[in-house]
Design a protein around this ligand. Structure first.
Ligand code: ASP
Ligand code: MG
Length: 443
């Protein structure tokens, strides 16, 4: 093994979230943790989020001066949050006698497309990071940001995007693991802020974690999990406030994610002991649009969804119902709440052309999702899930499924109750109340 390879083997990327960096004391505590990792013999690259609720505050400020801030300028503003924390963390490390160098996303070689607000990483060229490591310095990288290959403008990766910065750097630097430090001890069977009896999940597969993240679990950014799966980077989600072992997100374990006959290197629990359901996720950030009185003609649905797609909006669930009496159809779909106004405007413009009757926008919904690879081979999961919701008086408005997930749209007011009920019904309650929320407003 060359010394290059040996260095790569002991390289760890650590990402610290905003609640771990909320104030000067938090920054000093994080600096100590980083230095301890270094003293334990690892090379370490650090990715930071903005302090506390800085990103939200900057966003609110932008809206105070302009109801629809230009994407380029909003990204320029929001990326300032991470620049503040990277410099402060570097200073705090210097104060402990180690050299640290801060880098913006652009300096760290995070190259993206030019979609402001939700840019995708298309390349990572971390020459300056490797250079700093070679000099024995600890690189501190601003998360959540990059630079567009085309326009050379500064971009952001979407809310929670620092996780993706960390995994992308871990992949580009061939790091052994990526540690995501947050304000809870790992990934839980439900959000501990809603279900205090939620249990920590010791190991979860990339596929299940992808479903959890896509269904609103904010603990990891969706694209970070996609990235980790693609490059097979194990992620260790843990708290920066404790030294407890967190949750490992990997491809090699949990719920028979290996194909038949594939050899499992790591020890695993007997598959029979695995719970059928891994966790319950919820999402409060969606809304529905219902298009009513649609003429029953070929190609109309395509027209409606073409408009939405051209506005750059991702939709999730779709339900169509046709009335026998009138021959007309209603179509409802869910979309991110923030995209609601844009979608409504777009559809109103084509109302005459498509010939539908009306549009209804509803923000008072929530989505609950049950996730578990075990449901592939267990009948009756939907029946038990819907039964649990019914027993608690929760009305279901829409349903969608994948091989390892069942989601339902319910009234926003019923969401917390629905999550608790499903969590109980599938025996996920711990009873020991081990879930600790160390910090953060959950905002
Ligand atoms: N600071 C950004 C946000 O609040 C990115 C991140 O925390 O990952 O969304
Ligand atoms: Mg986050």
């Amino acid at each position: 093994m060359t010394s290059e390879e040996r260095r790569a083997l002991s390289l760890v990327v650590q990402k610290y979230g905003g609640s771990s960096l909320a104030d000067a004391d938090g920054i000093k505590r994080v600096a100590q943790r980083i230095v301890a990792t270094r003293k334990a013999g690892h090379s370490v690259v650090v990715v930071v989020s903005a302090m506390g609720d800085t990103t939200d505050e900057l966003h609110d400020l932008a809206l105070d001066v302009s109801p629809v801030p230009p994407g380029r300028e909003l990204d320029m503003l929001l990326t300032a949050g991470e620049r503040i924390s990277m410099a402060l963390v570097a200073m705090a490390i210097a104060n402990l006698g180690f050299e640290a160098r801060s880098f913006t996303g652009s300096q760290a070689g995070v190259i993206t497309d030019s979609t402001h607000g939700k840019a995708r990483i298309i390349d990572v060229t971390p020459g300056r990071i490797s250079g700093a490591l070679a000099d024995g310095a600890i690189p501190i990288v601003a998360g959540f940001q990059g630079v567009s290959a085309g326009s050379k403008d500064i971009t952001t990766l979407g809310r929670g995007g620092s996780d993706t910065t960390a995994v992308a750097l871990a992949a580009a630097l061939a790091a052994q693991t990526c540690e995501i430090y947050t304000d809870v001890d790992g990934v839980f069977t439900a959000d501990p802020r809603i279900v205090p009896s939620a249990r920590k999940i010791p190991v979860i597969s990339y596929d299940e974690m992808l479903e959890m993240a896509a269904c609103g679990a904010k603990v990891l950014h969706l694209r970070c999990v996609e990235y980790a799966r693609h490059y097979d980077i194990p992620i260790h989600v843990r708290s920066s406030f404790s030294s407890r072992e967190g949750t490992w997100v990997t491809g090699s374990k949990a719920h028979g994610t290996n194909g038949p006959g594939e050899h499992d290197e790591q020890p695993r629990e007997d598959a029979m002991d695995q719970p059928i359901i891994t966790g319950v996720a919820h999402d409060r950030d969606e809304a529905t649009i219902t298009v009513t009185g649609i003429p029953d003609k070929v190609g109309i649905a395509a027209k409606i969804f073409r408009e939405i797609a051209e506005a750059g909006i991702n939709i999730d669930m779709i339900v169509q119902s046709t009335s026998r009496a009138t021959g007309q159809a209603d179509i409802s779909f869910t979309l991110p709440r923030q995209d609601g106004p844009a979608a409504m405007t777009r559809l109103r413009e084509v109302q005459g052309d498509i010939g539908f009757e009306s549009l209804v926008f509803d923000e008072s919904i929530g989505k609950i999702s049950l996730i578990g690879a075990g449901m592939r081979s267990h009948p009756g999961v939907s029946a038990d899930f819907f039964g649990a919701l019914a027993d608690n008086g929760v009305n279901i408005r829409m349903i969608s499924t994948s091989e390892i997930r069942i989601s339902a749209v319910v009234d926003a007011a019923d969401l917390d109750e629905a999550v608790s009920a499903a969590h109980r019904a599938f025996g996920l309650d711990d009873g020991r109340g081990e879930a600790v929320v160390y910090a953060g407003t959950g905002r």
